[in-house]
Design a protein around this ligand. Structure first.
Ligand SMILES: [Zn+2]
Ligand SMILES: [Zn+2]
Length: 344
């Protein structure tokens, strides 16, 4: 048993010779600065903590900013379950009171401290790049065909690009499309990162069997003296699509697959499939788009032959077919040198 040197009371334990009440008397266990500034990006709404921008609810951000500024006496251990009370008369100014649970050398008590959190408008680095038209790569979407990309091809290629960037941005928010520009023969897509341009041109090569070419351009130096490049990725989309009738090595075929390794065609004269090496894909010529194939109705069938009504003149035509078609079926056909062929 000891006693308090200030009030003289007997006490179980003493803190530097004082009873707990005398020790706590007039002492601030925790304190906050008069105000705390919290930066918000006016473009994306993220808040800055330390060097990082984070997406969070405004009240959570305000609490976090106050908590980060909270300080306490060395003899005090703060428990995790502090209570926050927020009061705001202006969407940019919050009065925050933190009631902290304090462990003072084994004795539990509470202490309150208040501050004003002021929300300050700012623009994060990512948004400032985006707003400032920052770009590192240009994807030039073109085609080998005369007249350039058709509006449908352009829409398809842009949708493919936007979808790819959207998915990439889910895990890396510094990836974005700066702008898109219609140009003669195609469209230019400005991208925030070189790797994004590189990956996208690879995707076009794999999914569409597009020819791609990259060319770097020195645009200056970074602040630490390193060369800074911009990359242009030329993507030449083929005219053909899966499902089109194409000419390959002089034969009329249906294009049935396109991939990064080449393609696969079905010969319309003998219904044999053949693979096409990637290097030979550029020799493929479009004959008829899938959308322009003509439908014909089967009027009778006998094994490897069917009779259809010619889609142009409704005469009855015999067609060789690979396998079972039934009367009443609708089949796709194409006219080659005035002869009707089945496109299975
Ligand atoms: Zn005392
Ligand atoms: Zn932002």
């Amino acid at each position: 048993m000891s006693f308090c040197v200030k009030c003289g009371r007997d006490c179980e334990e003493s803190l530097n010779g004082l009873c707990i009440d005398c020790w706590l008397d007039g002492r601030s266990l925790t304190w906050l600065p008069h105000h705390v500034d919290l930066k918000v990006c006016t473009n994306c709404g993220e808040f800055m903590f330390g060097e990082r921008w984070r997406a969070m609810d405004v009240e959570d951000a305000v609490k976090q900013a106050a908590r980060d500024a909270l300080d306490h006496l060395g003899d005090v251990k703060l428990m995790d379950d502090a209570e926050f009370s927020l009061d705001s008369k202006d969407p940019y100014v919050y009065t925050v009171t933190i009631t902290s649970k304090c462990d003072v050398l084994g004795y539990m008590t509470e202490h309150e401290a208040s501050t004003i959190v002021r929300i300050k408008n700012n623009v994060c680095r990512r948004c400032s790049r985006q707003l400032g038209s920052y770009y590192e790569a240009i994807l030039q979407l073109r085609t080998g065909a005369k007249g350039g990309l058709t509006p449908e091809q352009r829409e398809e290629a842009l949708a493919f690009t936007e979808d790819y960037v959207y998915r990439a941005a889910q895990t890396n928010k510094s990836l974005f499309i700066t702008k898109m520009e219609m140009v003669t023969g195609g469209v230019d897509v400005y991208l925030s990162s070189i790797s994004l341009g590189k990956n996208l041109s690879k995707e076009f090569s794999e999914v569409y069997c597009a020819e791609t070419k990259e060319s770097p351009k020195l645009v200056g130096q970074t602040t630490d003296g390193q060369d800074m490049y911009r990359l242009t990725y030329l993507v030449r989309l083929p005219e053909y699509h899966v499902g089109d009738v194409v000419i390959h090595e002089g034969r009329y075929c249906k294009l049935i697959r396109v991939s990064g390794n080449g393609g696969r065609v079905l010969d319309l004269m003998n219904f044999r499939e053949k693979s096409v090496r990637k290097s030979d894909m550029t020799d493929i010529k479009l004959y008829e788009k899938a959308a322009d194939l003509k439908e014909a109705t089967v009027v009778s069938s006998s094994g490897s032959e069917i009779q259809v009504l010619h889609p142009d003149n409704y005469s009855t035509i015999d067609l060789r077919v690979p396998e079972g078609y039934e009367t009443g079926d609708s089949v796709q056909t194409v006219v080659i040198d005035d002869v009707l062929y089945l496109v299975p």
